[in-house]
Design a protein around this ligand. Structure first.
Ligand code: FAD
Length: 426
């Protein structure tokens, strides 16, 4: 079988590695001169910055991505150390920002700021919801109804802002509880040694070793169909024939490339669904320092910041991601749909947060990156993803525009690829 993959992001490379390992011919087309999409490194002033991800694998060495990498034979080391996450709160109870000092709580102690009655309720809901996961409304609405306290909104906005680049009011409660269940199941985050590029390079190596081809600077401009099924693609004016096409560019962009119009009701419904999809947006600020700003390899959640949701310092896990004697710290903040037109203001607020969070510490701002529209944090915001299939026979969509349920970021990408491979190979 001949498979064409559009896009060399993580989803495209995982699919191509899996298919090529199963003995199929694969050909990957990437529009950029580099491989890896939003999951590779860019060297800047000796630092290994990234095109997207903060060099973090949400479930570390035991999650769905690690399982799939192991399955295709990718030699990558993902390290996970304790603490996996820490929450920064103001030093004095009642303060609502970090201006007058702060203290850090281990993530497992997130219940402490709740009132006694809410801690009792929480203990009940932790057990009850595992058997009876809620299904209606957003996570924020669920909190308002069941554990109403300012802290429940702050900690959930910070966690989902960091993990999904969404406010908790934009996360469907069903997806939120799937994510919580996966945290129990697979554990917390880890860092791949060598950063994102170590993973995407390992996958590219496997594809090539299995005889696959990866074209760079090769944009796909058309998906060719015939009688409701796949015929191939057009790239750089040339037609390439294949039995199946896997698109790593999200459902909406895939629809834009289709040569056929909405002939059937099924196709019209699909196109309408893709129009409803909303990407999630965000801002990443990369800092350099001589001394550690955080001092551990886990995530620092910042529920009392105005914009920043969380920060990591990956050099505590892999010093090679920065020049000798330097640290690389990255903050993430979600940008709500209505604020995308005011990115400069959002960035300014993020920078001011960092001044409060790291008051008295020396650091340099290395790079500020913003992500929206065609280069977003997620092509469809978590919990709203469509499936990996399309109405066109043998046309599939993978990547963060079609994540598996409960999969945070690249874990969702891996779950979606696993599901797609089941449909194709079994
Ligand atoms: P992409 O990486 O976007 O790959 C798609 C590729 O297709 C691109 O290379 C693009 O150039 C190419 N392409 C597009 N159109 C065409 C065409 N017509 N022809 C040919 N090629 C085409 N995830 C984590 O797990 N941990 C994190 O710490 C994390 N942090 C993040 C922080 C930020 C700021 C951002 C933006 C993302 C973060 N993510 C994180 C998410 C993660 O980076 C993405 O989910 C993942 O990289 C998406 O991979 P993909 O395969 O879906 O798509």
């Amino acid at each position: 079988m001949k498979a064409i993959i559009i896009g060399s992001g993580l989803g495209g490379l995982l699919s191509a590695a899996k298919l090529s390992k199963a003995g199929h011919d694969v050909e990957v087309f990437e529009q950029l001169p580099l491989i890896g999409g939003r999951f590779t490194n860019i060297t800047y002033k000796g630092f290994q910055l990234s095109t997207g991800a903060l060099h973090m694998i949400p479930h570390g060495p035991s999650g769905p991505l690690a399982r799939l990498l192991n399955d295709v034979g990718a030699e990558v080391t993902i390290v996970r150390e304790k603490p996996a996450a820490v929450i920064r709160i103001p030093r004095k109870r009642g303060d609502t920002d970090y201006k007058f000092g702060h203290k850090d709580l281990l993530f497992e102690d997130f219940k402490l700021p709740f009132s006694l009655i809410n801690r009792i309720k929480l203990a009940f809901y932790i057990i009850y919801t595992r058997k009876n996961p809620p299904t209606e409304g957003s996570f924020d609405e669920w909190c308002t109804k069941h554990i109403e306290q300012e802290w429940s909104h702050r900690i959930s906005d910070s966690f989902f802002g960091w993990a999904l680049s969404l406010r908790s009011s934009d996360v469907p409660v069903e997806e939120a509880f799937e994510i919580i269940e996966n945290l129990y199941r697979y554990g917390g985050a880890g860092v791949p040694l060598g950063g994102c590029k170590a993973i995407t390079d390992a996958l590219a190596g496997i594809i090539r070793a299995n005889g696959g081809i990866i074209h760079t600077s090769a944009e796909v401009t058309k998906i060719v169909t015939d009688n409701g099924g796949i015929k191939g693609v057009v790239s750089e004016g040339q037609k390439y024939i294949s039995d199946l096409v896997i698109s790593d560019i999200g459902h909406s962009a895939t629809v834009d490339l289709l040569d056929s119009d909405a002939e059937s009701t099924e196709m019209q419904n699909y196109i309408n669904e893709t129009k409803k999809l909303k990407p999630s947006a965000g801002v990443k600020i990369c800092l350099s320092s001589d001394k550690p700003l955080i001092g551990h390899g886990g995530v620092l959640l910042t529920p009392y910041a105005k914009r920043i949701n969380g920060i990591n310092e990956v050099t505590n896990m892999d010093p090679a991601l920065a020049p000798a004697g330097k640290h690389l710290t990255m903050s993430h903040q979600c940008v709500c749909e209505g604020d995308i037109d005011e990115l400069e203001k959002e960035i300014e607020l993020g920078l001011r947060d960092l001044e409060d969070i790291f008051a008295g510490k020396n650091y340099e701002v290395l790079l500020i990156q913003s992500y929206s529209n065609g280069w977003p944090v997620n092509r469809s915001s978590s919990g709203t993803d469509l499936t990996n299939s399309t109405p066109v026979r043998n046309l599939f969509v993978v990547g963060d525009g079609a994540k598996g349920k409960g999969g945070i970021e690249v874990e969702g990408v891996a779950l979606g690829v696993e599901q797609t491979m089941k449909e194709i190979l079994e």
